[in-house]
Ligand binder design. Structure first.
Ligand code: AMP
Ligand code: MG
Length: 408
């Protein structure tokens, strides 16, 4: 019996937990400009050096006033000035006065509220305005953040909105972990690269491009080693070189039942290998171990199996190894537009689309072709429907759905 043929099925959560428990410490840190920070992970907490907003300001184009000056039925005020964004006035407002003000402009001293211009009537230098609620349409100083308050936790993957908030707080640089370097190797003598010609029995290497694209999307630096020949010595040499150049190794193919054993033997010679039979479909065979002290994950060869296991099992591990705290995708619950009557020992991740039913509510529709060897369904799909082990689903029942966008 070869190395990865036996053993109980391992629940997906347990595989993820085991991997997270063995995730290597994050890479060294570096300080980079905000413009370079998209997708990077903060290595320390960040505190605001300022109040945000820095001063109370108007949320509307309108008139700044003292709410107390306007009678309950509304009343007239004298317009005594004009403040645009980027300007300010230190002239205190006197009783019965108002100032024309624009969105983002600081309130003059004494003003406490803003009335939107469309609610006022203008008579030359006087306006009539309706009753005012104290503080309305004013963004108060420090309302969003106070000086010294935490803007960002450590272990946060920076999206556009985090980068925007750091900029709003006036922070030009941020301390992050340097990107994880992952070596990617494909196994299989049948593989050729797109652009090459195919001899009988050969196929194009799709996993190399698929997995590299996923990794790049997660901010990982990919060292692409192409295809390892299915021979012990060449596999060993390639793996050894890769382990010296990367933080972590990923291979595709060569770990399933009945596979020739070169890859497994090479890993054994250089470190250690644990083969798992995951309770997941697609993607049962998955191997984990070490090559010359570096973590290694062996992904299944079938392309959709490689896609699903990379998204579900490898992604949390990689993100944690990059220093990220939140690493699990969040499923949503949607009604099924299908019926699932064949319970399975493995949890299914089915390629599905969200489409409105006759009531307008979104429902999960399955692609008719769910083969783990084919990527067409994944391209059609918006995400993955999860069918739990031994679960049956009747039409209209709620199922968990993981949108592909949740794996960004
Ligand atoms: P294996 O896990 O090596 O037994 O491969 C399982 C199936 O996936 C076989 O049909 C392989 O030809 C196919 N396969 C393996 N690696 C790749 C790859 N990089 N690109 C496309 N198909 C692959
Ligand atoms: Mg193979």
């Amino acid at each position: 019996m070869s190395l990865c043929d036996s053993g109980d099925l391992l629940p997906v959560e347990e595989a993820i937990e085991r991997l997270l428990a063995q995730a290597p410490p994050p890479p060294p840190t570096e300080v980079i400009a905000l413009t370079e920070a998209l997708g990077r992970v903060t290595a320390e907490e960040v505190f605001s050096p300022i109040d945000l907003p820095g001063w109370s300001n108007s949320a509307m184009d309108g008139y700044a006033l003292r709410a107390f000056d306007v009678p309950e039925q509304g009343g007239h005020l004298q317009v005594v000035g004009r403040i645009a964004a980027g300007h300010s006035s230190d002239v205190p407002l006197q009783p019965g006065q108002t100032v024309r003000i624009f969105t983002g402009a600081p309130l003059p001293p004494g003003a406490d509220s803003v009335v939107p211009q469309e609610r006022c009537r203008v008579y030359g230098q006087r306006i009539w305005c309706p009753p005012v609620r104290l503080g309305e349409h004013v963004r108060r100083r420090g309302e969003e953040l106070q000086r010294g308050q935490r803007v960002m936790s450590a272990g946060k993957r920076l999206r556009a909105q985090e980068i925007g908030l750091l900029a709003a707080a006036g922070i030009p640089r941020v301390k992050v972990f340097r990107p994880l370097r992952v070596c990617l190797l494909s196994s299989g003598d049948e593989l050729r690269e797109p652009g090459e010609s195919l001899a009988p029995g050969q196929i194009y290497n799709s996993n190399r491009y698929l997995v590299a694209a996923l990794l790049r999307g997660w901010g990982v630096t990919v060292h692409d080693y192409g295809v390892m020949a299915d021979a012990l010595a060449t596999s060993r040499d390639a793996l050894l070189l890769a382990s010296s150049e990367c933080d972590l190794l990923l291979t595709t193919g060569g770990v399933s039942v009945g596979e020739e054993d070169h890859l497994k033997q090479a890993i054994q010679a250089l470190g250690k290998i644990e083969c798992w039979r995951l309770a997941i479909q697609p993607g049962k065979p998955l191997a984990f171990g070490q090559v010359a002290g570096k973590p290694w994950i062996g992904l299944p060869g079938n392309p959709t199996a490689a896609l699903v296991t990379t998204l579900i099992v490898v992604r949390p591990f990689l993100l944690r190894a990059q220093g990220a705290e939140r690493v699990l995708p969040v499923p949503i619950s949607v009604p099924a537009a299908f019926e699932w009557v064949k319970p399975n020992k493995r949890r299914q991740y089915l390629r599905a689309r969200l489409s409105p039913g006759s009531d307008g509510q979104l429902r999960a529709v399955l692609h008719p072709q769910q083969s783990s060897a084919m990527l067409v369904a994944a391209c059609w799909a918006d995400g993955l429907v999860i069918i739990e082990r031994e679960q049956q689903v009747s039409k209209g029942a709620a199922v968990s759905f993981l949108p592909f966008t949740g794996f960004e």
